[in-house]
Design a protein around this ligand. Structure first.
Ligand code: SF4
Length: 176
């Protein structure tokens, strides 16, 4: 079966005002370069988790239960499970997804660039993946992904496009 090639994109990068402060982080290159090639599927995991706009920001915190996504002002509010569930539901609802362009440094969307804090509020030496990004990668091993900073590099952008096309062909051949 021939499916359109869909890629998931952090909604704030497509100009949706979904950030915690009600703003967006539009990256015109993503739309300009990819709109004709792929179907762009916007997703904001925090809005889908019911956190609303505007909202109190969250951050990744190393705890005795592992890295958790906790509200900054009230660390008793733990969004890890909700964000993970959003990722699972999103993967089930979007079986044609063949790539991800996600917002760097976000506790939900970050792809290895997100700061991790200790419980005293100090930055740990490590950076990690946002909860949504990590869960989708676990569910779809091998899916091509890139953040908006990497996407601004022409060579990385071209490699990503080829990887998405290859991933799509490989998934289609498995459907036969
Ligand atoms: S980085 Fe992710 S969670 Fe944050 S506003 Fe953008 S899409 Fe939403």
């Amino acid at each position: 079966m021939n499916r359109p090639i869909s890629i998931g994109v952090s909604a704030c990068l497509l100009g949706h005002r979904v950030r915690h402060d009600g703003d967006h982080r539009l990256q015109p290159t993503i739309k300009d370069d990819l709109e004709e090639l792929f179907q762009l599927q916007p997703i904001c995991p925090e809005v889908e988790s019911g956190m609303g706009v505007p909202r109190t920001p969250i951050q990744l915190v190393e705890t005795r239960y592992g890295v958790r996504a906790l509200e900054i002002q009230d660390p008793g509010k733990d969004y890890t499970q909700k964000l993970g569930q959003v990722a699972k539901d999103w993967v089930c609802a979007n079986p044609a997804i063949c790539g991800l362009i996600l917002k760097s440094k976000s506790p939900s969307c970050g792809l290895g660039s997100t700061k991790i804090f200790n419980q005293a509020g100090e930055i740990s030496a490590a950076t990690g993946y946002g909860v949504f990004a990590q869960t989708v990668r676990d569910l779809l091993p091998g899916i091509p992904y890139i953040d908006e900073i990497q996407f601004s590099d022409q060579q990385a952008r071209i490699q990503f496009i080829h990887a998405v096309q290859h991933y799509h062909s490989a998934s289609n051949s498995m459907d036969i």
